[in-house]
Design a protein around this ligand. Structure first.
Ligand SMILES: NC(=O)c1ccc[n+]([C@@H]2O[C@H](COP(=O)([O-])OP(=O)(O)OC[C@H]3O[C@@H](n4cnc5c(N)ncnc54)[C@H](O)[C@@H]3O)[C@@H](O)[C@H]2O)c1
Length: 166
């Protein structure tokens, strides 16, 4: 099938590589550009995908005219970058969390509505079948009472807030 949608990625760090890989693997999508302030990050995408790369995402938006953009920069940058993509009229997927503050998140939602641009957030794990099954087990009390959650390489945190937010 020929590519019908042009996708671009802003932020080529560890998660940005995943977004680029998925876009590049999709039959009906063409990865047309990756932007990152780091030349070192961009060289990976040049070699792996032979894609146009940019240190200035504004230039990428102008030149590539993507149909959709993933914003995968550090969270503190989500608002500014997503705002600019929305202002350019391009549908945007922002990695989670939507922004660094509630006000910034609300402003993005408002801006997207104003510009009639689709805004989505990458709550990937919410749709992970393994995580959903775990949540069902927890809710059903099948795992007893959770008193601590930890993962390799991080300090244990008190149970509750995160899982109950799902
Ligand atoms: N959905 C998930 O499960 C999940 C998992 C991990 C991270 N994330 C989110 O993804 C985002 C990125 O995380 P990461 O781990 O890939 O970070 P990272 O630090 O590995 O990558 C961020 C990249 O953005 C680039 N960057 C910074 N400012 C930029 C700008 N103005 N323009 C273009 N590029 C810029 C940096 O050079 C870097 O390469 C974070 O918001 C994080 O919360 C989501």
């Amino acid at each position: 099938m020929s590519a019908s949608l042009k996708a671009a990625v802003i932020g080529g760090g560890s998660m940005g590589r995943n977004h680029a890989r998925v876009f590049a693997d999709m039959d009906d999508v063409a990865l047309v550009g990756v932007a990152d302030v780091s030349e070192a990050s961009l060289s990976f995408f040049q070699q792996r995908y032979h894609v146009n790369t940019y240190t200035d995402y504004h230039e990428m938006l102008q030149r590539e005219k993507p149909d959709l953009v993933s914003v995968v920069v550090p969270t503190e940058m989500h608002f500014v970058v997503a705002r600019d993509v929305i202002a350019a009229g391009v549908p945007v997927l922002v990695e989670k969390p939507i922004a660094a503050t509630l006000n910034e998140g609300a402003d993005l939602i408002h801006l997207a509505a104003k510009h009639k641009v689709m805004l989505t957030v990458g709550h990937i794990e919410r749709f992970n079948p393994a995580i959903r099954a775990l949540k069902r087990c927890l809710d059903a009390g099948e795992l007893g009472q959770v008193y601590q959650i930890s993962r390799a390489g991080s300090a244990p945190s008190p149970a509750g807030s995160k899982m109950s937010a799902w």
